[in-house]
Ligand binder design. Sequence first.
Ligand SMILES: NC(=O)c1ccc[n+]([C@@H]2O[C@H](COP(=O)([O-])OP(=O)(O)OC[C@H]3O[C@@H](n4cnc5c(N)ncnc54)[C@H](O)[C@@H]3O)[C@@H](O)[C@H]2O)c1
Length: 259
Amino acid sequence: MTLENKIAVVTGAARGIGRATVERLAREGADVALFDIRPEVAEAAQAVEAMGRRATTQIVDIADPEAVQAGVAAAAAELGPADILANVAGIVANIAPLVRMTPEKWDWELGVNLSGAFNMIQATVPAMIEKGWGRIVNVSSTAARGGLPGQIGYSASKAGLLGVARNVAIEHGRHGITCNSVLPGFIETENVLAMPVEMREGLMAASPVGRFGTVDEIANVITFLCGPESGYLNGAEIDVDGGHQLNTMTLASRKAYKK
Ligand SMILES: NC(=O)c1ccc[n+]([C@@H]2O[C@H](COP(=O)([O-])OP(=O)(O)OC[C@H]3O[C@@H](n4cnc5c(N)ncnc54)[C@H](O)[C@@H]3O)[C@@H](O)[C@H]2O)c1
């Protein structure tokens, strides 16, 4: 176990990639503070405790800086101050073209996806500075690079997250703290599996590996970045997308190639 005696804070811990990350970190020996707005996060905490690790749940809207400060303080009082922060929580608040993107939805997406991560980092980094060690991982998206039709707020927030990570990496590397970004492609989660079947099949056919990723395949990379063996990775941006962005063949030419 590589994370024994480490305290990890994970946002978006109730389901999907966040929940998988919680369990993977606990399997490596970390105690975990689980942040989410969904009460189901309690089930994820039980899974941590079943592995013999300590857990606390904080029902916190990460877009609210005061709630974040209070939640981080409460988690530290229970488990101890954080060594690790995985910023996994994220939303798609609106799927609409630019002209129909409402200011409220824009603010909501930027508030959770971008300011939420900033709030969490600001609340947890002082303890890491004091310890002279810390690991921060921001879960961005390949949408940060290529954009996604109808998701301008999401794409902008995920690109902004890369900027946050780069700056934290520059400012806090000398404190023994690293900050890196993971950019998932299409992952088998509730949101992705809710897409129309033709769209899913088209995306999988256009992927070099011919499938979506699993939540564990993202959690594994996050966990490596949270561990002692990744200390010289700082400000890195790791695409975990099965090579999806490499594929410049059209779907039609790919079909022809298969024959
Ligand atoms: N699923 C994918 O294919 C994919 C691809 C690229 C990037 N991502 C990113 O990975 C992360 C996890 O994605 P997922 O598919 O597992 O998402 P999900 O919707 O399954 O889970 C997200 C979790 O975040 C929580 N959350 C939402 N708003 C919150 C808030 N204001 N405060 C605290 N918690 C909040 C939700 O309650 C939920 O439990 C997100 O940041 C997402 O943008 C996902």
